[in-house]
Write a protein that binds this ligand. Structure first.
Ligand code: MRU
Length: 346
């Protein structure tokens, strides 16, 4: 399995996703600020992966903070959490992971644990989150595999694979599980401008697994559907609001409308840590704006005039009415999502 991120004593090791698919290079972040930078620059990306990366960043920063008592550690711990929380605003997994580390820290302090015990427990907690994320992806795969067609084509957008998680993937986990169960469809990977997660990352990891993949530019998805080549869409999410609205990679909304027009089922696969019941609907989800340079330049080459005015929202919101089902490790939610998600929440 691809090692997207890993805790080591030297620091958090990431496969550098900015250099794929031509170079498979691993970088070690030795401080929590380096982990924060890796999230901002998208050395590591994908909602579940950045959540666990942040947790490991918190564990790393806490391990290396100079403090003899929990009282001395606390302000440094808070500073570390704040720095990691300020990296990317849309994927709720980031805030979920930091919240979990904060709750663990508070419980350890409340029970009088030593600084050494706090440090080692936080490392264990982040490793536990890594293991849980892989298990959630595998469970999602089992829950969703039968929804995909056995043959024909399945479209995905961005990268919701092993590279976006701690392994196996969400949407690509469902695809992998369908393949393991004997399905033999072709995957259509939208290239996903401007950062090209589809052509660079999804195609790379599916081809490694021998799953037939066709890369298309984003503006070809409609034509592929019109020609009857797509039997289902499955993709990931960065945040799912209580009413089932989904924030995901820019372009997801367009794909959802196209799927509805062509009567194609549109599935979202995400771990429960992506569901944010505190956010009532998609209008309340903060959308990250990234550097104009991602739009004006391609592989370092300028492709727009100097000083061109640019918009670069990294995500869009797909209203719940376009979504056929949301696949989670807890089960498959169907409309009405307000009810089905609340039921899965237990
Ligand atoms: O900007 P990115 O690459 O972090 O965006 C990733 C996505 O939009 C994914 O679809 C989403 O995080 C789900 S990953 C399992």
């Amino acid at each position: 399995m691809i090692q997207t991120l890993q805790w080591t004593d030297a620091g958090v090791v990431f496969i550098d996703q900015t250099r794929l698919p031509t170079e498979e290079v691993y970088v070690t972040c030795r401080t929590y600020t380096e982990v924060a930078d890796a999230i901002v620059t998208m050395i590591v990306r994908g909602a579940p992966a950045i959540g666990v990366a942040a947790a490991m960043g918190v564990a790393l920063g806490t391990r290396d903070a100079k403090a003899a008592t929990a009282a001395e550690l606390l302000p440094q711990f808070e500073k570390i959490c704040d720095a990691l929380a300020a990296t990317r605003p849309t994927a709720v997994n980031l805030f979920w992971a930091i919240r979990r580390m904060k709750d663990r820290f508070a419980a350890l302090v409340a029970t009088g644990k030593s600084v050494d015990q706090i440090r080692s427990t936080l490392i264990d907690e982040s490793k536990q989150m890594h293991a849980e994320d892989v298990a959630a992806c595998v469970a999602m795969g089992k829950n969703g595999a039968a929804l995909l067609p056995k043959t024909g084509g399945v479209l995905t957008h961005c990268n919701a694979g092993a590279l976006a998680t701690c392994g196996y993937g969400t949407a690509l986990g469902v695809i992998r599980a369908a393949y393991e169960a004997g399905a033999r469809f072709n995957v259509y990977a939208d290239e996903t401008r401007p950062f090209l997660q589809g052509s660079r990352l999804t195609a790379w990891e599916l081809m490694k697994d021998g799953i037939p993949t066709t890369v298309i530019s984003d503006n070809m998805a409609g034509a592929m559907m019109q020609q009857g080549k797509i039997g289902a869409v499955v993709l990931g999410a960065d945040r799912i609001a209580a009413n089932g609205d989904v924030a995901n990679k820019i372009g997801t909304y367009t794909v959802a409308i196209l799927a509805k027009e062509h009567g194609i089922p549109f599935y979202v696969a995400a771990p429960w840590s992506t569901v944010d019941l505190a956010t009532p609907d998609g209008g309340h989800i903060p959308i990250e704006q990234r550097s104009p340079r991602e739009v004006t330049h391609l592989a370092g080459k300028q492709i727009a005039p100097d000083n061109a005015v640019v918009e670069n929202p990294a995500f869009d919101v797909t209203p719940h009415r376009y979504i056929t089902a949301i696949i989670t490790e807890r089960g498959v939610a169907r409309p009405s999502f307000a009810e089905s998600l609340a039921r899965l929440a237990g």
